[in-house]
Design a binder for this molecule. Structure first.
Ligand SMILES: C[S@@+](CC[C@H](N)C(=O)[O-])C[C@H]1O[C@@H](n2cnc3c(N)ncnc32)[C@H](O)[C@@H]1O
Length: 314
């Protein structure tokens, strides 16, 4: 996605969203920035257990502040017009760059494609008739509707998004398109509103970089997947340390830039969650559209769109 369509507009950090992402020191050791959220380093010192608990609470609050800013940003997109025009060309043009076909775009309800993705998870999902699919951060329902056609009436697609206005928009789109095998649920991807061991495929398009707790997202993904279930994700990853002013800018965070994590960190988090067959592949061609996300910052030298695949095997 582009940062608040920042390819044409200036970054609009409102007072509410301009919170700096700061790091602190505590009596129990360093509080370090991880995924741009404040988290506490492991420390066994028992004299600090109260402090540790307090730090955990403050880190949850910090994560909530981040989610609040992200939600406010995407609420604006959900409430914007259903037209096909984005700031720098049509949303269809951008989607064609990601590998969606003209037929794909013609087959979904108008207004479902908000031009907020950064890749094409359908291309790696290999969806089959009858499969159960969950889309993390489903936005206007774009990938859900395409997946619904692939899995057919015997399959099911569940979109999860934490922005109420996005969920309303996606439900209205489902209604317009008479989709009976798609459902949209309001919720956080760190706390998925889905039962254990029921999902064949988890897709996501440019969302996990926005989570202040990516380890928890992968744990939840693992929980809801059936044995042998798979991840098919397109997302932004970090290739170089970001300059501090970008790293601490919440508008850049909401714009899918400063929340990105390096590949080795994501691999570790996936492994810790229990996944196997982990494959993260950067897409060099994505620098072409990423450069327009924050003109003048050379942002394409720091982040790249990648596919993320993995499997649950127990
Ligand atoms: C960049 S948009 C991508 C939307 C959609 N996947 C697409 O390609 O059009 C990010 C979406 O993820 C949602 N989101 C961000 N963080 C989330 C979280 N922690 N839990 C649930 N939804 C989240 C936002 O509300 C927004 O709709």
């Amino acid at each position: 996605m582009s940062t608040n369509k920042s390819c044409c507009n200036n970054q609009e950090a409102t007072d509410e969203t301009s919170t700096e992402l700061v790091s602190e020191q505590s009596c129990c050791g360093n509080i370090v920035e991880e995924n741009n959220a404040i988290t506490e380093k492991e420390n066994e010192n028992s004299c600090c257990s109260n402090q540790k608990e307090a730090n955990n609470i403050s880190s949850e609050l910090e994560n909530d502040q981040i989610r609040h800013a992200v939600r406010e940003n995407y609420k604006k997109y959900a409430l914007s017009s259903d037209g096909n025009e984005s700031c720098c060309g049509s949303k269809a043009d951008v989607s064609l760059q990601f590998g969606y076909s003209i037929e794909d775009l013609a087959s979904i309800p108008a207004g479902a494609n908000l031009g907020l993705g950064c890749g094409n998870p359908q291309a790696i999902a290999d969806l089959k008739t009858g499969e159960v699919v969950v889309d993390l951060g489903s936005g206007g329902g774009f990938d859900c509707f395409l997946a619904a056609k692939q899995v057919g009436e015997t399959g099911k697609v569940i979109g999860v998004d934490m922005t109420p206005e996005m969920i309303s928009k996606a439900r209205s789109n489902a209604n317009k398109g008479n989709f009976t095998n798609v459902e949209f649920r309001l919720g956080e991807i760190e706390n998925l509103p889905v039962a254990n061991d029921v999902v064949d495929v988890i897709m996501s398009n440019c969302v996990i970089n926005l989570s202040p707790n990516k380890g928890q997202v992968f744990k939840e993904a693992f929980r809801i997947l059936k044995n042998d279930g798979r991840l098919a994700i397109s997302d932004i990853v970090l290739t170089n340390n970001l300059p501090e002013h970008i790293r601490k800018d919440i508008a850049m965070y909401s714009g899918c830039i400063s929340g990105a994590s390096p590949i080795n960190e994501l691999e570790k988090l996936l492994e810790n969650a229990g996944f196997v067959d982990i494959k993260i592949e950067p897409k060099d061609e994505s620098r072409e559209f990423i450069k327009d996300w924050a003109p003048g910052t050379k942002i394409e030298d720091y982040i790249i769109s990648s596919t993320i695949q993995a499997r649950k095997r127990v």
